[in-house]
Design a protein around this ligand. Structure first.
Ligand SMILES: Cc1ncc(COP(=O)(O)O)c(C=O)c1O
Length: 457
């Protein structure tokens, strides 16, 4: 099909996720036709550095031949089998074992799903199931955070703390609460030190738990670094303080490692970077370098034992997806994890990450950049109208979106989020010189938008 008729068919038939549907009819799609390394190419052969690794996920870039070969081998051997009713298969078993070996804290068992949302939906169900099995059916509420992102299924979207995911969907569901977002630069009060802010975050969580009744609160879920909520890096000491509160009231810590898992922060897990000891951990995305959909939920022994007890009473653990642990996806994930080890990808992130972070921090002198932040190969710039007073732009101006559109003209794909926050999350294989090229393209885009806004430089 010609690219013009593809474009027409897209507008006519595809209901696009996370897209302004009316605007799309006028604008049409950006179509990537092929990928190579950290780049994708459009229908005219123009190259774009994928500064977001797709959706924070294509960790090995867009042309890793070993993942294709791993998929083909499994296609030939056994393209489908499942894990229901005591059935199993080799890649599913090996992947579970590998994840348990890699886990940041001792974990017991792994449940597979196909997306981050399904993984977190599963977390909600496991938490309910566990507490019913333990004979404390009132202990069910889950505390998430404002601006946290945990996906879009009915339960996962309820955990998500963003208005876009609730409005018109009649969400959140019952039993979910959202506590404060640990974005010190934005929400720190006048004269409040980072440590005082962190103490306040822990105190606000404790107040919420006490107001709800500690015996009604089952779990707390958090991303080590908030992604879609604006790449919010918590202050040092935040998670240890939060976890001390959780421990006091026997509340499970759930780490949503869907973005941070598998090297994004320069260590295998964000939990290691931020000193988190999760009872339950969800992961997806870079688990398979996003080449095939697969996600996982790891639970510790205590959670596993409770779920096992419930399943024995009822007759079965009544949860699972047809494609849970799909053998081809599992084989690709196993190969992805083998590549991470062989090429020491997490160390590579720790080595090149500072180059990207320094380039972002340097931009803090730019008149539009209020705050630069990040760690490893995840970062963001928060654009503001008035730096001294952290005054945001009028959202109607769409300044972040303008910068991202201009970056695309320059051959760089990025993402802007509510609050004119521009995110960077390139493939983990990016080299120093590619980071420099990415930032050069970005700087040209930022300069062009700055000039158009007539901000004095
Ligand atoms: C932290 C986090 N959790 C969960 C999800 C949901 O994953 P999925 O889009 O695969 O359902 C995402 C997606 O971006 C995410 O960033």
């Amino acid at each position: 099909m010609s690219s013009n008729s593809l474009r027409d068919a897209d507008i006519r038939y595809v209901l696009h996720p996370y897209t302004n549907l009316a605007a799309h009819e006028a604008q049409g799609p950006f179509m990537a036709m092929r990928g190579e390394g950290i780049r994708v190419f459009d229908e005219n052969g123009k190259d774009y550095i994928e500064g977001m690794a797709g959706l924070w996920c294509a960790s090995l870039g867009f042309s890793e031949p070993r993942l294709k070969e791993a998929a083909m081998r499994q296609f030939d051997l056994l393209p489908f089998f499942h894990q229901f009713n005591h059935k199993s298969h080799e890649p599913g078993i090996l992947l579970a074992q590998k994840l348990i070996e890699m886990a940041p804290v001792p974990m017991s068992h792994v449940f597979f799903a196909n997306s981050g949302s399904e993984a977190n939906d599963t977390v909600v169900k496991i938490v309910r199931y566990m507490n019913n099995a333990l004979g404390r059916p009132q202990k069910k509420k889950i505390i998430s955070r404002q601006r946290g992102y945990h996906g879009v299924t009915v339960a996962a979207a309820s955990l998500t703390g963003l208005p876009l995911n609730h409005r018109n969907f009649d969400l959140p569901i019952e039993g979910i609460r959202h506590t404060s977002c640990p974005h010190y630069w934005r929400y720190g009060q006048e004269g409040e030190s980072e440590q005082q802010f962190t103490d306040r975050m822990a105190a606000e969580l404790e107040e919420m738990i006490l107001a709800e009744g500690p015996d009604t609160v089952a779990a707390f879920i958090a991303e080590p670094i908030m992604g879609a909520g604006g790449v919010v890096v918590p202050p040092a000491g935040y998670f240890p303080k939060i976890q001390a509160v959780l421990k006091k009231y026997d509340i499970l810590m759930v780490a949503d490692e869907v973005i941070c898992g598998f090297g994004r922060t320069g260590k295998a897990w964000g939990s290691q970077t931020f000193d988190i000891q999760p009872d339950i951990l969800s992961c997806a995305k870079a688990l398979s370098s996003a080449y095939l959909p697969i996600s996982a939920v790891m639970v510790n022994e205590r959670v596993y034992e409770a779920v096992k007890k419930g399943s024995a009473e009822i007759g079965a653990f009544g949860h699972g997806y047809t494609y849970s642990g799909h053998p081809i996806a599992a084989a690709v994930a196993l190969e992805t994890l083998a590549i991470y080890e062989e090429r020491q990808i997490f160390d590579h992130v720790a080595n090149v990450g500072p180059t990207m972070q320094a380039a972002l921090r340097q931009l803090e002198t730019h008149p539009l950049v209020g705050n630069a932040r990040g760690i490893g190969l995840i970062g963001a710039l928060e654009l503001v109208a008035d730096k001294d007073h952290k005054v945001p732009f009028d959202p109607a101006l769409g300044v972040g979106a303008q910068v991202v559109a201009r970056a695309q003209d320059e051959g760089l794909i990025l993402r802007s989020m509510a609050g004119d926050i521009v995110a960077f999350s390139p493939p983990l294989i990016i080299t120093e010189s590619e980071i420099e090229e990415m930032m050069a393209r970005f700087n040209r885009a930022l300069s062009a938008v700055t000039a158009s806004l007539a901000v004095p430089v």
